[in-house]
Design a protein around this ligand. Structure first.
Ligand code: PEP
Length: 251
């Protein structure tokens, strides 16, 4: 049985004070909630504060990015070890905004995933096609390429320690959600690709989140699909009530 996982990607939003207020509101409702794994991913500047606030609760902490090297002359970067020191357990890698604005390739995402796993961080590895690629009938080839490239060389255990997030680029922050059938089709495709890289046990065990304009109103239907194991939530994660409703829709 795959436990559902809902993660909030706060992106470049929330001062430390705002982050504290949001996480306190989440704690009021979700501190003892065990049915779904709940992860909050604040910006780096708020990680330490949020880390302190989630200690002793069932809320988990994630970062939005990291560098693959352990330390060194990489101005502006953050290592897996630094994230672990703040009790981060997850890190989002290869988000489409990182791929688009910061030229992250599958090879870079793969290096980061290897480094995260080597430091006992669970990577949330994002893949997803653009609208142009979908309209050109390239969903299967794009997703296959991203999955095989981003997950290359990971052992079965490392894959099971990872989370995959399917986030069609055209649905992120646009208000356009993939239909539950469109999302399900790609999640099933991802399991087939993982089965070809490893075996059916790994394909069946790895958790795959859906992301892209998930809201309280569409979460239940999406999370009810057989291969969708929760969500990666952007905009709606910035509002405590919306995020809580989405989390509860995953039960
Ligand atoms: C995201 O950024 O990962 C995301 C899914 O954003 P939104 O929910 O706002 O579409």
């Amino acid at each position: 049985m795959r436990k559902k996982i809902v993660a909030g990607n706060w992106k470049m939003n929330m001062t430390t004070a705002e982050a504290a207020s949001l996480v306190n509101a989440l704690k009021d409702d979700l501190a003892n909630f065990r049915e779904v794994e709940v992860v909050v991913c604040p910006p780096f500047t708020a990680l330490s504060t949020v880390s302190d606030l989630v200690q002793g609760t069932h809320l988990d902490l994630g970062a939005q990015n990291m560098h693959w090297e352990k330390s060194g002359a990489y101005t502006g970067e953050t290592s897996a070890e630094m994230l672990r020191e703040l009790y981060c357990h997850y890190v989002i890698l290869g988000h489409s905004e990182r791929r688009h604005y910061f030229s992250e390739t599958d090879a870079i995402v793969n290096r980061k995933a290897q480094a995260a796993l080597a430091s006992s961080l669970h990577p949330i590895i994002c893949v997803g096609e653009t609208l142009q690629e979908r309209e050109a009938g390239q969903v299967e080839s794009v997703i296959t390429r991203q999955i095989t490239g981003s997950l290359a060389g990971l052992s079965a255990k490392e894959l099971l320690d990872s989370v995959i997030a399917y986030e069609p680029v055209w649905a992120i922050g646009t208000g356009k959600t993939a239909t539950s059938e469109q999302a399900q089709d790609v999640h099933a495709l991802i399991r087939t690709v993982v089965a070809n890289m490893h075996d059916a046990t790994v394909a069946d065990g790895v958790r795959i989140q859906y992301g892209g304009s998930v809201k309280p109103g569409n979460a239940k239907e999406l999370f009810g699909m057989p291969d969708i194991d929760g969500g990666l939530i952007g905009g709606a994660a910035l509002d405590a009530k919306s995020f809580i409703d989405i989390v509860r829709a995953a039960v």
